[in-house]
Design a protein around this ligand. Structure first.
Ligand SMILES: Nc1nc2c(ncn2[C@@H]2O[C@H](COP(=O)(O)OP(=O)(O)OP(=O)(O)O)[C@@H](O)[C@H]2O)c(=O)[nH]1
Ligand SMILES: [Zn+2]
Length: 338
């Protein structure tokens, strides 16, 4: 794995799309006189929330509620999807449009509910970047959580961005240095500080924010999207706790005059189960370790005594905590177990 000039971690591109849905009329399945409407005039929109079969889409500046057209079948529609809509696109209360097409997805961010649950869910489509929010203190930085998220970003082919919050309470220190050495882009934020550097990383991209409870993620999202209320049609999902959403992600457009882009908040997603990620991909997401796996015996699971990674760490080439993180992910052990 390499890193290009923009700091992007290079991986194989995956245009995964067994889940993408498209209107594909079956030829001959209908009488000629009742040809399916072509929907050539369907409006473009982007899905910003999903709530029990209702999709809130931004169409131009309007927030339009839609349902899925029957012809789309069973394929899913998720936050971030680019869609085509017909019907009432006024966005007025009690109106309902129809999603008639879902465009191919440039990326999909998935998770399994936990590491032992094989059921995969797509959380967000068409993201470019995963912003891993972790506080420097209160609660303390969680390197295993960061490593887990880095694997999820690598697997989904998203740029990682580490956002270290609450710098007013603690210095970035050693762990920030570690991730910088690994060439993970990193920004530091804190009460009273500027968000300019973070904004620079967000401009023109679709960025998914992930973080565990209390790290200050909502505080950041609210500061970045002051008009979040308007963007999602009067409901503020960032602060609107207790709202019954079937998926917990919400997309917000960033102000166009500052270069645009989207941020996606994931209030109910606390981590990534990685059962769907194969062990080679997990190892490949550790740039400080993956090189040494060339010396492992063929088919090494990186858990047995003849694994070359122990010697690599013993020689001081990588930190023992990183190998511990890798092995936890390979054995599906929770991040917070001692
Ligand atoms: N000292 C300090 N406190 C902060 C900072 N950012 C957020 N906080 C506080 O940390 C607490 C948690 O902030 P939230 O923004 O609600 O954190 P969250 O990550 O969204 O957590 P949930 O609400 O559980 O999802 C609040 O009391 C904030 O006021 C910061 O930069 N410095
Ligand atoms: Zn090995």
């Amino acid at each position: 794995m390499g890193v290009d000039a923009g700091g992007r971690v290079l991986t194989r591109r995956r245009y995964v799309d067994e889940d993408s849905v498209r209107v594909r009329p079956r030829p001959g399945s209908r009488p000629r006189t009742r040809t399916r409407p072509s929907h050539d005039d369907a409006a473009e929109g982007r899905v910003v929330t999903v709530d029990r079969g209702r999709y809130t889409c931004l169409v131009e500046e309007r927030s339009v509620t839609a349902m899925k057209a029957r012809e789309l079948g069973r394929g899913s529609i998720v936050v971030g999807d680019r869609v085509r809509l017909v019907g009432d696109l006024s966005g007025r209360p009690d109106t309902l449009a129809r999603v008639v097409r879902v465009e191919d997805r440039a990326s999909v961010l998935r998770r399994t509910a936990d590491d032992t649950d094989p059921v995969e869910r797509v959380i967000v489509a068409n993201a470019d970047q995963l912003v891993i929010v972790t506080s420097l203190a209160d609660p303390p930085i969680r390197p295993r959580f960061v490593d887990r998220c880095l694997v999820a970003a690598f697997d989904a082919d998203l740029l990682p961005l580490l956002c270290l919050t609450k710098s007013d309470l603690a210095e970035p220190g050693d762990l920030a240095d570690l991730y910088r050495e690994l060439e993970v882009p990193c920004v530091v934020t804190g009460r009273g500080g500027s968000l300019d550097e973070l904004r620079t990383h967000l401009t023109g991209r679709s960025s998914v924010f992930i973080g565990s409870s209390g790290v200050g993620k909502s505080t950041l999202v609210n500061a970045l999207v002051p008009d979040a209320d308007r963007a999602v049609g009067g409901v503020n999902p960032v602060t609107g706790r207790g709202r019954h959403t079937s998926t917990s992600a919400v997309a917000f457009p960033l102000p166009a005059d500052s270069g645009g882009g989207w941020i996606v908040d994931t209030p109910g997603v606390r981590s990534f189960g990685l059962a769907h990620v194969d062990p080679q991909t997990v190892a490949a997401a550790f740039p400080d370790l993956v090189e040494a796996t060339a010396d492992c015996p063929p088919g090494c699971d990186h858990l047995t005594p003849d694994c070359a990674l122990d010697a690599w760490v013993a020689r001081g080439n990588a930190r023992a905590t990183r190998l511990d993180s890798l092995r936890r992910l390979l054995t599906n052990r929770p991040d917070d177990e001692p």
